[in-house]
Design a protein around this ligand. Structure first.
Ligand SMILES: [Zn+2]
Ligand SMILES: [Zn+2]
Length: 510
């Protein structure tokens, strides 16, 4: 009886030890991804793009590993039958983990050791942009760059329509949605700024309808009929559908909402019937239609400008598209002036101007180098700092390494995605000079994915100086991206590489 109980106790102890050891392994493998500060959403300030908003501690991993080994050795002495096999499992786990990191070749600019340790592997993303690129097999005029501009525009229009009515947008909305979206309490929705957009689901180019689900982080101001207004920080899901037979609109019409078929102004479309082309232009027949719009979360809390939010994901391997090095080589063949080194020069210039614009609260400094959507988002953030009478200062900002992540080319644009590792001193001070958050002496390391775009027809070396890529005059440009001298819009990518997207490690899907 007592022997049986002892055996039971032993079995229980063994199970406990096993659970403990597995727990330790899990803790170790998870700790690499955990963000101590938590809550990193648009509302929390993650979209601030020039900086890391906190340090990820490099020391924790070593401590965890030592603790784990000690526990295991103890287990080996006390219960060798259990401890030894577990020790072997753990050793195999670490060797495998190290092998994954060491065994891959990357495409990067080399740099100091501290970031060299970061692995470069091809890991499968939730939904890579390359998958969407498959739409070009049906529709050769499809451009991801233009599509994303369109999706931003449509999202902003539908948000606004909740207040001012959906009649004008009927061609772009599922019939049931047109009714359901309108909020009778609202007279308008204004100040819509999109912080990030992610792809959640894509049905692929099979079947009669293409279906695509996007997650959009935004903020906007609802203007109430009863008077007053309220600002929201929201995450929405937007499901778009389009007939597989539809073809993308030409470049000239890419940045306006009009009749999805003939381009007549939206006023000409009554219901889903266009009075110009006499077609029923709804139901995704000619262009993307919003089939569903649902709110995931929204809150009225303002952005936390002065909190210390820990950086996360810097230690994750770079998501490299399998075809990226080859596609970069193709790009280089097409235009030998676009070398990896020349591109680094351009990235370096944009990086430096970004720090200056951000720290100095001078958004116009970055205007020549970023797309309209990215500028709008940055302008919004810098304005928030100005209103809060504080500034986020990044000093001694240095790029430590740049990895190639992806290259996508379509009929209109070449797009290069890079992972930029950088470090800088990073703190926030009030206009009176009081330190509000961050550290004035200890630099922080972080990484972000940058996507640069340029028109496919353009050739020539990426510029590293502050002059107009069209007329050569010193860069002075307006809000809309036009050179003050030659009046040409230089931020569309028609002239040189411009930054169109900044994504944090945890948000980048490929
Ligand atoms: Zn029409
Ligand atoms: Zn010019």
């Amino acid at each position: 009886m007592s022997q049986a109980r002892r055996r039971n106790d032993r079995a229980l102890l063994a199970w406990l030890a096993l659970a403990l050891a597995l727990g330790l392994i899990l803790t170790y493998s998870v700790s690499a991804w955990a963000r101590p500060g938590g809550g990193h959403s648009y509302s929390g300030g993650s979209s601030r793009s020039t900086r890391s908003s906190g340090g990820h501690s490099g020391g924790g991993d070593g401590g965890d590993a030592a603790g784990l080994i000690f526990q295991l050795l103890l287990l080996c002495v006390q219960y060798p039958a259990l401890g030894v096999p577990l020790l072997i499992i753990v050793i195999v786990f670490f060797i495998a983990k190290a092998a994954v990191g060491a065994g891959r070749k990357g495409w990067s600019t080399s740099t100091p050791e501290e970031v060299q340790a970061v692995q470069r592997v091809e890991r499968s993303a939730p939904l890579a942009r390359s998958e969407l690129d498959a739409i070009r097999t049906l529709d050769p005029g499809f451009s991801l760059v233009l599509f994303e501009d369109f999706a931003y525009m449509l999202y902003a229009a539908v948000q606004r329509a909740r207040g001012i009515g959906t009649q004008a947008l009927a061609a772009y909305l599922a019939p049931n949605l047109a009714q359901a979206l309108v909020d009778p309490q609202l007279s308008d929705v204004q100040g819509i700024v999109i912080g990030a957009m992610r792809y959640v689901h894509f049905s692929g180019p099979q079947g009669q309808m293409l279906e695509l689900e996007l997650e959009v982080e935004s903020n906007y101001v609802e203007v109430l009929r009863a008077g007053g207004s309220r600002r929201f920080y929201a995450v929405d899901r937007m499901r778009l559908t389009r007939a597989a037979t539809a073809r993308s609109r030409p470049l000239a019409r890419a940045h306006k909402l009009d009749c999805p078929n003939c381009g007549a102004p939206l006023e000409a479309v009554r219901g889903t019937e266009c009075s110009y082309c006499r077609q029923n232009v709804g139901f995704g027949r000619f262009d993307w239609m919003i089939a569903e719009l649902s709110n995931q979360t929204r809150e009225t809390r303002g952005p936390l400008l002065t909190s210390d939010v820990a950086e996360t994901g810097t230690e994750l391997p770079t998501i490299v598209d399998r075809g990226a090095p080859q596609k970069f080589a193709e790009l280089e063949r097409k235009d030998p002036a676009v070398t990896w080194q020349a591109l680094q020069g351009r990235v370096g210039l944009i990086f430096a101007e970004l720090q200056a614009a951000w720290s100095g609260r001078e958004p116009m400094r970055i205007r020549p180098f970023v797309s309209d959507n990215l500028f709008q988002s940055m302008y919004y953030w810098i304005d928030l700092y100005t209103q809060a009478r504080c500034r986020n200062v990044t000093e001694n900002a240095t790029i430590r390494r740049v990895d190639l992540a992806n290259v996508l080319s379509d009929a209109y644009f070449d797009a290069i995605s890079l992972r930029v590792f950088a470090s800088s001193i990073d703190y926030t001070i009030s206009d009176e000079g009081k330190l509000l958050s961050g550290n004035r002496s200890r630099p922080r390391t972080y990484s972000e994915y940058w996507t640069l775009i340029r028109g496919t027809a353009r050739r020539g070396e990426p510029r590293r100086d502050n002059s107009c890529p069209n007329c050569g005059a010193p860069l002075r440009i307006g809000m809309t991206g036009q050179c003050e001298y030659c009046r040409v819009k230089i931020t569309s990518g028609d002239f040189d590489w411009v930054l169109s997207r900044i994504e944090q490690d945890e948000a980048y899907g490929g």
